[in-house]
Design a protein around this ligand. Structure first.
Ligand code: NAP
Length: 247
């Protein structure tokens, strides 16, 4: 697999799954745009780690909720590397609670980052991708968007919405040689899942046929495949990476 000369924007890539994707794509020769929220230093640290290892990376801060900031991120990417070939919508948060106790703000924040943020980024990159006569968009959804989850009505709704967004964008942009697919991770070891109670983790483990939690690299490998020429006839799909949890 070779991504030499391709430019990839990975949202929320200062840590966790986004960072693993950025590191993987850098190892395959891509130019990496690390995005992180303005208040965080994680993106700068990840970009420095890639450049120290001999790769090409730049950290550009922006809050994916804000379209003007996203447009500025894309403009800076084009100024630096000349194209946006791959977009990975990875930025995401959880604000779990039972629906009867869920605040409006917890519902709205999760939708604003996980779903509207992806919409903002796709809207901002589609014109330069069309001009470039091709591109790959990968949205990081979740198995929870397919199967639902008690205590995660906001998160599940955002990820189900992301799957609908993926299929619609795939249909709209296919004629321009732009693919759009979703990855649906199951339980992946990261800061997001570290905070779950041990009892919840044990219940998940019992339901996973491969009997282990996923690693961030499991997602990065699948993202690299979907972004590569090997997947150029694949669009509008949701690929579950969950050890067989949902089938
Ligand atoms: P994580 O470690 O919490 O990382 C989330 C990243 O998103 C962080 O870098 C965070 O920035 C960034 N972010 C948050 N709000 C943002 C905003 N408004 N604008 C830009 N960036 C923002 O989570 P993760 O486990 O790696 O998850 C990554 C993605 O995979 C998420 O979409 C998540 O829903 C999905 N997913 C994860 C799992 C899992 O088991 N971990 C399973 C299914 C799906 P800071 O570092 O500055 O906070």
């Amino acid at each position: 697999m070779n991504l030499e000369g391709k430019t990839v924007v990975v949202t929320g890539s200062g840590r966790g799954i986004g960072k693993a994707i950025a590191m993987k794509f850098a190892s395959l020769g891509a130019n990496i745009v690390i995005n992180d929220i303005p208040s965080s230093q994680n993106g700068d640290a990840t970009a420095a780690e890639i450049t120290q290892a001999g790769g090409n990376a730049v950290a550009i801060k922006c809050d994916v909720r804000n379209y003007d900031e996203v447009e500025d991120l894309v403009k800076k990417t084009l100024d630096k590397y000349g194209s946006v070939d791959i977009l990975i919508n990875n930025a995401g948060i959880t604000r779990d609670n039972l629906i009867m106790r869920m605040d409006d703000a917890d519902f709205d924040d999760v939708i604003a980052i996980n779903l509207k943020g992806a919409f903002n980024c796709i809207k901002a990159v589609c014109r330069p991708m069309m001009k470039n006569r091709g591109g790959a968009i990968i949205n990081i959804a979740s198995v929870v968007g397919v199967m639902g989850n008690a205590g995660q009505a906001n998160y599940a709704a955002s990820k189900a919405g992301l799957i609908g967004l993926t299929k619609s964008v795939a249909k709209e942009l296919a004629s321009r040689n732009i693919t759009c697919n979703a990855l649906a991770p199951g339980f992946i070891q990261s800061a997001m899942t570290d905070k779950l109670p041990d009892a919840v983790k044990e219940d998940y483990l019992k339901a996973i046929p491969l009997s282990r939690f996923g690693q961030t690299n499991d997602i990065a490998d699948a993202a690299a495949f979907l972004a590569s020429d090997m997947a150029k006839y694949i669009t509008g799909q949701v690929l579950h990476i969950d050890g067989g949890l949902v089938m």
